[in-house]
Design a protein around this ligand. Structure first.
Ligand code: 0O2
Length: 221
């Protein structure tokens, strides 16, 4: 009896996780399409690279325990919005908002939440644009709308976040004040670099346009 229950739970859990994997596959395809088509239309690629990750069943259960949620798949589906995660790294801040708008225009996606930590950085300096999306997944007998957490950031924001993440874990959540102060300074420096790169890029684009205009054949008469 207990064995059968365990077997059934395992099948259900596998099916549950599968839906999140498929949602990530869908998002991966969407990102690839945007990247290829944008390159063709604008001769420019706004996406540096993309990472996807699926939370392990162990860390899902850890979060359930931490949040005191009931141990049911329905409750997990309802409350945990970051089981499936996708991170897009861009060169420029303007690309982040451009991508955000492209996703907002996709009629099959439901935007559940947007957290703009670029306009409003976190106290520690963290910057990134977060979107919680619901992605439709078509299974053999039903359609499921699965939550995916999308993080869009620049290379500089990502560099900062990965170091901060490392320090955070190394010090077991007790970071010395000197380090948090310096990290915050580094976040400000990263934001300044992003700003500088954006304006340099704009100037380069203007120069390119002018060059292009000068190359246009001048029609006689
Ligand atoms: P991991 O290991 O990257 O998956 P939540 O914590 O998700 O229950 P919250 O805090 O409202 O709820 O979500 P938020 O603010 O959207 O942040 C979720 C994710 O953003 C985190 O996931 C991190 O990936 C990233 N993040 C948010 N704040 C910081 C930060 O200060 N530093 C760094 N390095 N990353 C951050 P996880 O599950 O915490 O971590």
């Amino acid at each position: 009896e207990q064995r059968e229950q365990m077997r059934q739970f395992r099948v259900e859990m596998t099916r549950f996780m599968m839906a999140y994997k498929f949602a990530l596959d869908e998002m991966d395809t969407k990102v690839r399409i945007l990247k290829e088509e944008f390159q063709l239309m604008h001769e420019y690629n706004p996406i540096e690279h993309v990472n996807t990750r699926l939370k392990s069943p162990e860390s899902i259960l850890k979060k359930v325990a931490k949040r005191n949620l009931p141990y049911t798949l329905d409750a997990i589906k309802e409350s945990l919005t970051d089981i499936a995660g996708i991170r897009i790294i861009c060169s420029f801040v303007s690309d982040i908002y451009r991508l955000k708008e492209m996703f907002e225009r996709q009629s099959d996606l439901e935007i559940v939440e947007v957290k703009d930590y670029i306009a409003h950085p976190k106290e520690n300096g963290y910057q990134s644009l977060h979107m919680i999306l619901k992605v439709p997944v078509f299974l053999s007998d039903r359609e499921e709308h699965v939550c995916v957490e999308l993080q869009i950031r620049t290379i500089a924001m990502d560099f900062w976040a990965s170091l901060e993440h490392k320090i955070y874990y190394k010090y077991n959540k007790q970071i010395p004040k000197r380090l948090t102060d310096e990290l915050k300074e580094a976040a400000i420096a990263a934001a300044q670099l992003d700003y500088k790169m954006e304006s340099l890029n704009q100037e380069i684009n203007i120069l390119k346009q002018q060059d292009h205009a000068n190359e246009e054949p001048i029609s006689s008469n």
